[in-house]
Design a protein around this ligand. Structure first.
Ligand code: SRM
Ligand code: SF4
Length: 557
């Protein structure tokens, strides 16, 4: 074989997965070593499959490196019992930074956990009958399901399907239980690593992360088209008759690398609910078999779909699932926002949509939610993919008591946030995320206040604009479908994207490559002023940007 014929080199992640398919690494030994405050680089990669990231507190870097762990729960559809909420609440106080971070994938993250707190924390999560296994890593991640009880009774079936899929696609390694529950290295470690092959994932798992969501039109409150695999429920007469299958969404990109890009999923067909697991496994194994294992920036399923095409995906799904996909059924999305405040559910009970600023449950809101969880054991906590919490299954009698409890703690149940704040999301970025190039969660609320002032001046006070920010281009708060997105480039500098719509069905586009924090008003005011005068009746900001502003920008290039 000549030098040019040599197959491209697999990434280091592939080498360590094949060597240690149990994913045990030397995690147990490092946990037992009281003299060490952190894990090796390779164990850092294995830890992700167990639901944890090794980080360091970036606010403290000038004075030295303080290792801290982030731990993410696996909570299918974001549904928790009040008891589970209490466990998570305790763990955040005892081992974390006293906050619960609701994520954009209906989960909860703990931040600031030191190494010695990691095992007790993960063990307690498991005792509560939730898990952290596969919350991160090259596997199927937390599966999203519609949290809102307001629209159709078929939601219960869709939620049950979400659970089934999450279970069917979970990795089977015994190392997780051994390390976190028993507190020991896997029995017979060396032999296990020679012989263990995960029945679904094989020895090397997936080339990269894999994400699934279920949505019920017309509500796209979990941004279905940004997932690798999406199931769009088709409901007739309040009954689930099947799913439209969509494949190949994903948002991650890198500044200056045009080979990486955000992509919305393609809808490729329809199938009936009895075929669900077969179809889920088919799409996952297409990623397993065709994803690029030589370049992690090109390894997501979206690139397989973009490069091989829809027909290829249809044929592979048909063959692997033993079905013939039917033509997709008509379905339309109109909104991606949560319903906040008290509302009636379809079953006649009540639910409360509670706004959580940037997903960070802390201080009075944390204490009050803890009290609600203790006093109302029969309700349900639901995490939304917009980083909010829904208290569901509330009786008439409990509604008043919950309102009183929350209000006494200064947690509002109505008029909880202005339109712009309610429609915003930011990723954590600094000080915990090692990839953050600029502030995000700590920056966006203040920036929204500033944008609100401009809007008020221009008579746009009643206008909802979906604004999202991320500290880097990876896209964790799904910025590339927002009406305005601030994507961190460097401290105090953001790339600005405009032109998403209200239903999460259109990607936005770069408007300004970089804007300094101090120039935000100067740059944004004229655009908002033009929107106020030039828009069509009822036209949203994102739609106007797409129709007018970005056309001009493209024409000028
Ligand atoms: Fe994310 C990496 C936080 C949803 C795309 N994401 C990270 C890490 C783990 C940073 C790292 O690798 O060192 C961040 C931890 C920060 C911290 O301190 O907590 C992180 N991602 C988050 C969360 C917490 C953001 C939030 O505001 O809630 C979300 C956790 C979801 C969950 O519960 O599982 C989160 N991440 C997303 C989403 C949105 C989604 O899935 O709906 C995306 C875009 C969709 C997609 O996957 O394409 C996303 N995260 C990424 C990427 C880019 C992947 C790529 O294809 O290039 C990275 C970087 C990576 O994987 O190398 C990343
Ligand atoms: Fe970190 Fe970037 Fe994700 Fe924000 S978008 S959490 S900065 S990886």
């Amino acid at each position: 074989m000549t030098k040019t014929d040599a197959p491209p080199k697999l990434t280091h992640n592939e080498e360590i997965k094949v060597a240690i398919p149990t994913l045990a690494g030397t995690i147990a030994a490092t946990l037992a070593d009281e003299g060490s405050d952190h894990f090796s680089e390779d164990d850092g990669q294995f830890l992700k499959f167990h639901g944890s990231y090794q980080q360091d507190d970036r606010d403290l870097r000038k004075t030295g490196k303080k290792y801290i762990m982030m731990i993410r729960g696996r909570i299918p559809g974001g549904v928790m019992t009040p008891k589970q909420w209490c466990v998570f609440d305790d763990l955040a106080t005892r081992y974390g930074n006293d906050t619960l971070r609701i994520t954009t994938r209906q989960s909860i993250q703990f931040h600031g956990v030191v190494k010695s707190g990691l095992r007790p924390l993960v063990a307690k999560i498991n005792e509560s009958l939730l898990s952290t296994l596969a919350a991160c890593g090259d596997v199927n991640r937390n599966v999203l399901a519609p949290p809102t009880p307001a629209y159709t009774k078929a939601r219960e079936q869709v939620f049950a399907d979400c659970h089934q899929v999450a279970l069917a696609l979970a990795p089977q390694t015994k190392a997780y239980h051994s390390i976190w529950i028993d507190g020991v290295q896997l029995d017979n470690d060396a032999t296990e690593n020679k012989t263990f092959v995960d029945p679904l994932y094989g020895k090397t798992y997936l080339p990269r992360k894999f994400k699934i969501a279920f949505a019920i039109p017309p509500t796209n409150d979990l941004d279905i088209f940004t997932n690798c695999l999406g199931f769009i429920a088709i409901i007739e007469n309040d009954k689930l008759i099947g799913y439209n299958l969509c494949v190949g969404g994903g948002l991650g990109r890198s500044h200056g690398n045009e080979q990486t890009y955000p992509r919305l999923a393609d809808v490729i067909g329809f199938f009936t609910p009895d075929k669900l697991l077969g179809v889920a496994k088919a799409v996952l194994t297409i990623h397993r078999d065709f994803g690029d294992r030589t370049d992690r920036k090109h390894a997501r399923l979206k690139y397989v779909v973009a490069e091989r095409g829809v027909k290829f995906m249809q044929d592979e799904v048909d063959q692997r699932a033993g079905i013939t996909l039917a033509p997709a059924k008509p379905s339309t999305f109109t909104t991606m926002q949560d319903l906040l405040g008290w509302r009636k559910a379809v079953d006649g009970s009540w639910f409360l949509g509670l706004f959580v600023n940037m997903g960070r449950v802390k201080d009075a809101q944390k204490t009050a939610l803890r009290q609600v969880a203790e006093k109302f054991p029969n309700i349900e906590f639901r995490l939304t993919a917009n980083q909010n919490v829904i208290l569901a299954n509330v009786s008439d009698a409990d509604k008043a008591a919950i309102t009183a409890l929350l209000n006494a703690a200064a947690v509002k149940t109505e008029n909880q946030a202005s339109l712009l704040h309610a429609a915003s999301m930011a990723c954590p970025s600094l000080p915990t995320c090692g990839l953050g190039l600029a502030e995000s969660e700590r920056y966006l609320p203040g920036l929204i206040d500033r944008i609100e002032k401009i809007c008020a001046d221009l008579g746009l006070g009643g206008e909802e604009i979906i604004i999202r920010s991320t500290g880097c281009p990876n896209g964790c708060a799904r910025p590339y479908i927002a009406e305005i997105a601030f994507v961190g480039k460097a401290p105090g500098r953001y790339q600005v994207w405009l032109g998403g719509n209200a239903s999460g069905t259109r990607l936005n586009r770069v408007w300004k490559n970089v804007i300094k924090d101090s120039d935000m008003e100067t740059e944004l005011r004229p655009v908002l002023a033009r929107f106020a005068t030039e828009r069509n009746a009822g036209e949203r900001f994102g739609d106007w940007c797409d129709r007018v502003l970005l056309q001009e920008t493209t024409a000028a290039k």
